[in-house]
Design a binder for this molecule. Structure first.
Ligand SMILES: Cc1cc2nc3c(=O)[nH]c(=O)nc-3n(C[C@H](O)[C@H](O)[C@H](O)COP(=O)(O)O)c2cc1C
Length: 120
């Protein structure tokens, strides 16, 4: 979500869709966020159920920051959890992460999905 290549009316459309979906009392809204912070703040107000937030490429130091600041109820992680089967334990123990290998994303075989090592 953002206004990178979605046109000038993109943010207004997201605000409208969020407020209309809110009336349906769905369980959650999962936002893939690309940087329009003002829009994100507005969605947080327009949407009254659980907000899940994904910030692509979020740096490690920012893990937990959006929940702590009440910008989201839940933060979601893609590639970091893919590459680190023990992601939560690594965060809790300040341990290094495995780097995700982009070459194995989106199909092919099980390689890159089931073979990243956990900490010993
Ligand atoms: C291998 C792979 C598969 C993904 N599959 C989906 C998917 O099925 N549906 C979806 O909404 N996002 C999917 N994503 C996108 C992630 O949910 C996330 O938005 C993206 O990876 C950026 O966040 P990250 O920096 O935490 O990885 C996928 C990402 C990866 C790396």
């Amino acid at each position: 979500m953002g206004d990178l290549d979605e046109g000038a009316e993109g943010p207004a459309l997201y605000r409208y869709v969020a407020s209309e979906l809110d009336k349906m009392h769905l369980a959650f809204l999962d936002v893939m966020h690309w940087g329009n912070e003002e829009l994100l703040t507005d969605l947080r107000k327009l949407w009254h159920q659980t907000l899940i937030l994904n910030r692509p490429g979020r740096p490690r130091e920012q893990i937990g920051a959006d929940v702590a600041a009440d910008i989201a109820d839940i933060e979601s992680y893609g590639s970091m959890t893919l590459a680190n089967p023990d992601f939560a334990r690594r965060v809790q123990t300040h341990s290094p992460f495995n780097e995700a290998d982009r070459a194995t994303f989106y199909g092919g075989s099980a390689r890159g999905y089931t073979d990243y090592p956990a900490m010993t």
